[in-house]
Unconditional design. Structure first.
Length: 265
């Protein structure tokens, strides 16, 4: 559910392993894109108060539902992500055997929470983080077997945060750790969960490399031939460093693109 920038790549990997894949989008123009990929397409929109589209047909008979749509508050500040999840969980009551894989975010942790792992209690410091945490609680309250994966900042393909910071000045928190992850590593991480059946977990998918922002973005800008960013000299309380302390032991996972460069897709 939510077959976008990350979801399409995951769907492609699932199909390559012989899985039948359904994908939902929110605009008609994207239905044909999924169909051409061999994905059974559905037009479904989760609103704050109702779900439009044939959700029951989408859910009927599926073994695993990957929930991969972001909060979307930047484009639509009125979006109530947590309310949408409550509606989804209500609909899932008709499909109790469907396993759930929520692609969440490390945004549930506040910017000044320091070093955190899967056992740390989230303390979000903005509305987006609060709604992300509310979505997690809804999924945990569902009767379905569920795993939550909190993703770091996503890079891969033509997406890299250095592009957004290129040439900017007075960027805050130069010494704050980076908490990123490459899309290729995310897909491998999720495939392991689905294929090996790791349910009832809360996991972090974040690169083990946590360079200070000033170092990471300066180096990335040089590699991409972008104008160099300029960081503020003042100190910042931002010190969040999100650790993945479980995946190596749970399913022998290692990050192949831990530097989070622009290599790969």
């Amino acid at each position: 559910m939510g077959c976008g920038w990350l979801g399409k790549v995951l769907a492609k990997s699932l199909k390559a392993k012989g899985h039948h894949v359904r994908g939902s989008v929110t605009t008609k123009s994207h239905l044909e894109v999924l169909r051409n990929m061999g994905i059974e397409p559905f037009l479904i929109k989760l609103g704050n108060e109702a779900i439009t589209g044939n959700l029951n047909d989408f859910l009927e008979g599926i073994g695993t539902l990957v929930i991969a749509f972001p909060p979307g508050r930047r484009k639509n500040p009125d979006t109530n992500y947590a309310s949408r999840f409550k509606l989804l969980v209500q609909a899932l009551a008709k499909h109790p055997s469907c396993k759930l894989l929520l692609l969440g975010s490390i945004g549930v942790f506040g910017a000044a929470q320091g070093v955190v792992n899967e056992k740390s209690s989230p303390s979000p410091d903005d509305m987006s983080g609060q709604q992300l945490l509310g979505a997690e609680k809804s999924i945990k309250n569902a009767a379905n077997p569920a795993t939550i994966v909190r993703l770091g900042g996503l890079v891969g393909g033509d997406r890299h945060p250095a592009k957004q910071l290129a040439g900017k000045i007075n960027i805050p928190a130069p010494q704050a750790p980076t908490n990123l992850v490459h899309r290729q590593d995310v897909v491998r991480f999720l495939m392991a969960i689905i294929e090996e059946g790791h349910w009832g977990k809360t996991l972090h998918c974040v690169s083990p490399n946590h360079k200070p922002r000033v170092d990471f973005y300066t180096e990335a800008s040089k590699r991409l031939n972008l104008p160099l960013p300029s960081f503020a000299k003042t100190a910042s309380k931002r010190n969040k460093k999100v650790m993945d302390s479980r995946s190596a032991a749970l399913f022998d996972f290692s990050y192949r693109l831990a530097n989070c460069g622009v290599e790969g897709s």
